[in-house]
Ligand binder design. Structure first.
Ligand SMILES: [Zn+2]
Length: 169
């Protein structure tokens, strides 16, 4: 089932999510729905808070909705970052029609649990490293636009305000 994706400035996107305590049928169904929603939205990652569930669960597939070859379902992920600071273009299903360069670390060592409750550990670099950092930020209530310079963020907020005023009434 494709789920509605919350959009900035929905306050639920700014909340810190809680750990998944048990991999129940509800969690499995949520992960399946999030995966479907991610592919339908042409996204490469989606975090549970984006669909209104304040849980530490993310789905990622940087191969994209056409290939669907590299799906990661990560429960309670923890990242250890290393390497240089690099900037790359990012977008987000919760911030439609906007992308900006964000600075992140080059490598992310990922530890999580999968849907079977098995421990998962891998080292991410390149686009995958960017994506896991972006998605795990959502679990702490942080959006990529929170990492922009004050000037860039101000420009975006003014643009969104104008758009809201145009479509608001
Ligand atoms: Zn996002």
């Amino acid at each position: 089932m494709i789920l509605p994706v919350l959009q900035y400035p929905d306050p639920r996107l700014a909340r810190k999510a809680v750990a998944v305590e048990e991999i129940s049928p509800r969690i499995r169904a949520l992960a399946a729905d999030m995966t479907e929603t991610m592919y339908a939205g042409d996204g490469v990652g989606l975090a549970a808070p984006q669909v209104g569930e304040s849980l530490r669960l993310v789905v990622i597939d940087i191969s994209g909705p056409e290939r669907r070859e590299d799906l990661h379902v990560l429960i309670n992920p923890v990242l250890t970052l290393s390497g240089e600071e690099l900037s790359a273009d990012e977008g987000c299903l919760s911030v439609p029609d906007y992308s900006a360069r964000v600075t992140r670390r080059e490598f992310a060592a990922v530890r999580a649990v999968d849907l079977e409750g098995r421990p998962v550990a891998f080292n991410a670099s390149g686009r995958l490293a960017v994506c896991v950092q972006h998605e795990c930020d959502h679990l702490d209530g942080v959006l990529f636009i929170d990492r922009l310079s004050r000037m860039k963020r101000g420009m975006l907020d003014r643009r969104l305000k104008k758009k809201a005023a145009e479509h608001g009434r």
